[in-house]
Design a protein around this ligand. Structure first.
Ligand SMILES: Nc1ncnc2c1ncn2[C@@H]1O[C@H](COP(=O)(O)OP(=O)(O)OP(=O)(O)O)[C@@H](O)[C@H]1O
Ligand SMILES: [Mg+2]
Length: 343
């Protein structure tokens, strides 16, 4: 608990809380200078608190040196499933707490659908639900038993799509929709305010295990026009990504953001490129390219992952969400209809 930090009295506690620093984990990953600006606490005092928090969390987050055996435990984070066995496989088992996933692709490739589906699967209990993915093949979809957060810059969040997906995993569709904390983002400034000021409070209040930003750069593309705005735009986007990375770590959540592709003017390389430039590639831990093939068929490829090979998988975008094979993907044993226990 924050209040257990040596020397941290009620006044300092209040200042930290007002600035959205609500947990020991959030304190431990602060930059003392930035924290001084945000809280009004003297930098040296803040620095003492941060150091103390790092030592207190040494064995949980390895923010000070620990033996490799403890590192193994720290790195062994909870994972939840996307609900598509093939996609989980190329992701190394599913979506890892503390990691950032960028889903990038052209219109209708399935970016928003992936987000809808993951907002449902994250809510499933950790021991999961078993679905049919082949004639004689079953697959267990593990969740985190926690709600989700959705920042929507595109106005494409569809509760009815979430309901249909929830039903196929045997969940109460109303509860599944209710457990998504939604906000419509009107412009880039609003997005900054939400990520900088509001997100820590919502994470703390809801214990959400997934943050969706669909899409991260849309407003920046529309509002920051011309080369002279580029540096500032990239600076803001990288700051927001840095914050998202910190929240993911501090709250053991997953971050998914979506990104568009635009035509690549260069005669070299692929004909399309991720929008937003390289900064997104640095900020995101895993980049997954989605593309339409034909009909409901889509393909996903892992790009730029630190610990995974570049692999490709086919999935289908249907009325019950993303599935491994067309016509399958519903419960193997359709008796249970509750939304599961919390983690
Ligand atoms: N209820 C549904 N039943 C069947 N297919 C659907 C349904 N809803 C969406 N789809 C499929 O998903 C596609 C849209 O996918 P989605 O919105 O996830 O794409 P996107 O990558 O987010 O696109 P954009 O860049 O426009 O935001 C539709 O074109 C359709 O093929
Ligand atoms: Mg979309």
């Amino acid at each position: 608990m924050l209040k257990d930090v040596n020397g941290l009295g009620p006044k300092s506690l209040q200042k930290l809380q007002d600035a959205g620093i609500l947990t020991l984990e959030a304190l431990a990953i602060q930059d003392p200078k930035v924290m001084a600006d945000r809280t009004g606490l003297p930098e040296s005092t803040g620095n003492r608190f941060i150091t103390e928090a790092r030592l207190m969390l040494k064995e949980k987050m390895a923010l000070d040196f620990v033996p490799g055996s403890i590192a193994a435990k720290v790195l062994d984070v909870p994972i939840f499933s996307t609900g598509v066995a093939g996609l989980d496989k190329i992701l190394g088992g599913g979506l890892r707490a503390g990691a950032i996933y960028e889903f990038v692709g052209p219109a209708r490739s399935g970016k928003t659908s992936v987000c809808c589906q993951c907002c449902v699967t994250v809510q499933l209990p950790p021991d999961g639900r078993t679905i049919q993915i082949g004639k004689d093949e079953e697959y267990t979809v593990h969740g985190r038993g926690g709600p989700a957060i959705w920042l929507d810059t595109e106005k494409t969040f569809r509760p009815d799509r979430v309901s249909r997906i929830a039903e196929r995993f045997g969940m109460d569709p109303n509860m599944a929709v209710e457990s998504i904390n939604y906000v419509k983002v009107v412009n880039a400034h609003h997005l900054r305010w939400l990520i900088e000021e509001r997100l820590p409070f919502v994470l703390d209040a809801t214990n959400a295990k997934l943050i969706v930003v669909d899409s991260l750069i849309r407003h920046f593309g529309a509002e920051f026009i011309g080369r002279e705005t580029l540096a500032r735009r990239q600076q803001i986007i990288s700051r927001l990504l840095q914050l998202l990375i910190e929240y993911a770590d501090a709250y053991q959540a997953v971050v998914i953001f979506t990104n568009q592709v635009r035509a690549n003017p260069s005669p070299f390389g692929s004909p399309t490129k991720e929008a937003g430039g390289n900064i997104l590639a640095y900020g995101s831990t895993y980049r997954i390219r989605l593309r339409p093939i034909k009909g409901e068929e889509r393909r996903a490829t892992i790009r730029d992952a630190p610990d995974l090979p570049e692999e490709e998988v086919t999935y289908y975008l249907t009325d019950i969400g993303l599935v491994d094979k067309n016509g399958l993907g519903t419960l193997a044993n359709p008796t249970s209809t509750d939304n599961g226990d919390t983690e």
